[in-house]
Design a protein around this ligand. Sequence first.
Ligand SMILES: [Ca+2]
Length: 199
Amino acid sequence: MKKLFILLLVACALVLVSCGENEASQAEINNAEEKQLIPSDISENMAQQLLNGEIKVDNYGDKNNLTVAEIGYFGTPLKYTLVDLDEDGARELVVVFAPSEDRIIIDVSEGTSTAYYLPIRWYSDIKKDGTAGWSASAFEHGIRKIKLSNGEVELEDIIVYNTNDGIFRVNGKDVTKEECNIALSRQDEKEAVEWIDIE
Ligand SMILES: [Ca+2]
């Protein structure tokens, strides 16, 4: 009888320990979800300081603490705009470099700035809602959305127009070429961002 009582006690203890573990892992999951960094708006003043090198960019790939000019080893800064590309309520700084017109996007979250490099053919003709054009070849192009978070850039294709393979897709659904053309002309009508020349 005593043995049975001890066995019961051990069993209860094991149940309690495993419940505790479950609570701990749930707490870890909650912490990870809370770690989503809060985006910070880039003001016109901060944009100027980033452009003239008074403020350095914290992260660019595996490099740290670079000025915009140092990041732009592929050209010289030509023009810029401040726009909320991923519609999270905070503006990013987009700098276009000459002669390629390739661009970098600088995003600030919780005081840490991160720059992303995007060739023009990946993200061109940027609209005020952050949608932009892409082109893979003479036959394949489209429109995409961008999302920047925790140092990651995600490009989501919302229009795919491929005359070579006969693929026409809008918001992940196959459509006719005509329907795809209508979606492309609606995109054309959207207001483009306003570029400011860099002296
Ligand atoms: Ca944003």
